[in-house]
Ligand binder design. Structure first.
Ligand code: ADP
Ligand code: MG
Length: 461
């Protein structure tokens, strides 16, 4: 392949991916060579490489093939520390942020600078203390990228995920890093709730001009838990204006929420679409490896203070297995365990752990209930919950009901008569028949099989 072929392919990609994707992701790629079916490109950062390969790899291969240069694989290479050749990179600030940044070691919670609208940062929430695993690697990489403080490439960065998965931690880490490497930037972090509070206060004190001025003078704005402003009309309105004013000035915005922009109820459409216009990345629920990594890191930290901490083997693995997906709960369990052990002056054994964490362990053993199954299945098939338990036998109702009975048998430890009772007092033979019917259907009806799989996964999540 020649430079020219790549030029053609780029044109095609611009058409199929749209301008903003093209500028952000394709333009930075520099074609290097094509050897035995492997096309190699230089990329400015491994983040861009990963992103392009995940999201656009297939399309790039497709277009290369069409242009007469079939490739089986694409590889990205980050040119080593040598100064990047592109004009953009040459103009940017020295990449101090890529080196480990001196940590604000013991400085407790740092107060926000006077006059700035931001909230204090937690000094423990740094990149150094953030454990990276499969479920959060993209979010972490995106946060790192923004923390480099280079030219704004995606705006906003939208981070979302369930509680305790590290959204706030990552945002604070970005703020710490920027404050260290770019003290000239006016970095402001606050929760959506604080944003509203400030706004309402400004309204009451008739200081809207000050409010607007303050927020429009920010270089990097981070708003945490933005789902909070859903349904709060005038706050949304003001947030939208602030947002637009900053984006127009090419100022970086970072937003977090507990769910994807499109799924936040009572949020204006135009805000949703604005929030989706940058880079949207989610933090997945933790997996075993990540939980274990986090526990190990916490133990390390704790050991620095209490070097004689003794932990029986297998404890961390046990906790990583048994405690839910929420990192906050995991941390809480460990803290309690340490506190307890130091109080009673004992080494931490498995028995001690089970005793002292009994309630947390029990709560984590989440049991799926029949009610939950009925609700999920009704939603899935778009019927009413009352119909699910009611007498109608029309196929459109009866089939979902049988699916729910089947799942109740599979996912709970309830007996057939008990299940029957919860389905409007049906006989256990009816339940048995329903379960059998779905078992049969599952074998040859792909739709049912897929429905079951989807429902099971969402119930077990
Ligand atoms: P969220 O804002 O998503 O609800 P937080 O950022 O407040 O969650 O995280 C909850 C707690 O878990 C914090 O103490 C945070 O430091 C910790 N935590 C979450 N994810 C990680 C991680 N990957 N590595 C280390 N600590 C983590
Ligand atoms: Mg948070």
């Amino acid at each position: 392949m020649t430079e020219e072929t790549w030029g053609q392919v780029k044109d095609e990609l611009q058409k199929s991916l749209g301008r903003s994707n093209y500028t952000n992701w394709i333009e930075p790629l520099v074609f290097r060579d094509l050897k035995s079916g492997v096309a190699t490109f230089d990329v400015p950062t491994s983040f861009i490489g990963n992103w392009v390969s995940r999201n656009f790899g297939d399309q790039i291969r497709h277009h290369l093939g069409k242009a007469g240069a079939p490739v089986s694989r694409i590889e990205f290479i980050v040119p080593s520390a040598a100064p990047a050749p592109s004009a953009q990179a040459a103009n940017s600030e020295p990449r101090a942020a890529q080196q480990p940044v001196a940590k604000a070691a013991a400085a407790a919670v740092r107060p926000a600078e006077p006059g700035l609208p931001g909230a204090p940062l937690d000094s423990r929430f740094t990149f150094d203390s953030f454990v990276v695993g499969k479920p959060n690697e993209l979010a972490h990489a995106a946060a790192r990228r923004v923390a480099e403080g280079g030219p704004v490439t995606f705006n906003p960065l939208f981070l979302y995920g369930g509680v305790g998965l590290g959204k706030t931690h990552l945002m604070h880490a970005i703020a710490h890093e920027l404050q260290a490497s770019r003290p000239d930037l006016n970095v402001v972090y606050l929760s959506a709730e604080q944003f509203m509070y400030r706004f309402v206060q400004a309204l009451r004190e008739k200081k809207m001009m000050d409010f607007k001025g303050l927020f429009r003078a920010v270089d990097v704005l981070m708003v945490d838990d933005v789902q909070f402003i859903a349904g709060k009309d005038s706050t949304q309105e003001e947030f939208f204006h602030t947002f637009n004013a900053l984006v127009d000035q090419n100022k970086q915005i970072i937003i977090s929420a507990d769910r994807a922009p499109g799924e936040i109820k009572d949020l204006e459409e135009r805000i949703k679409s604005r929030l989706q216009s940058g880079l949207v990345v989610d933090l997945h629920p933790t997996d075993y490896e990540l939980r274990l990594g986090i526990l190990q890191q916490k133990v390390e930290q704790y050991r620095q203070q209490y070097p004689d901490l003794v932990l029986a083997p297998g404890i961390l693995e046990f906790l990583a297995h048994r405690i839910s997906t929420n990192v906050r709960v995991l941390e809480g369990a460990l803290t309690r365990l340490f506190a307890f052990a130091s109080l009673v002056g004992r080494e931490i054994t498995m028995d001690l752990a089970q005793d002292c964490l009994a309630d947390i362990l029990r709560a984590s053993d989440r049991k799926i209930t029949i009610e939950e199954i009925q609700r999920k299945v009704s939603e899935h098939y778009n019927i009413r919950l009352s119909e699910m338990i009611g007498p109608r036998r029309a196929r459109t109702i009866a089939r979902p009901r049988q699916v729910a009975m089947y799942l109740s048998k599979q996912l709970t430890s309830r007996s057939l008569p008990e299940i029957g009772r919860r389905f409007g007092g049906r006989d256990h033979t009816t339940v048995m028949h329903g379960v059998k019917r779905i078992e049969e259907l599952k074998g040859h009806d792909h739709q049912i099989a897929e429905d079951l799989e989807l429902l099971r996964r969402s119930l077990e999540a």
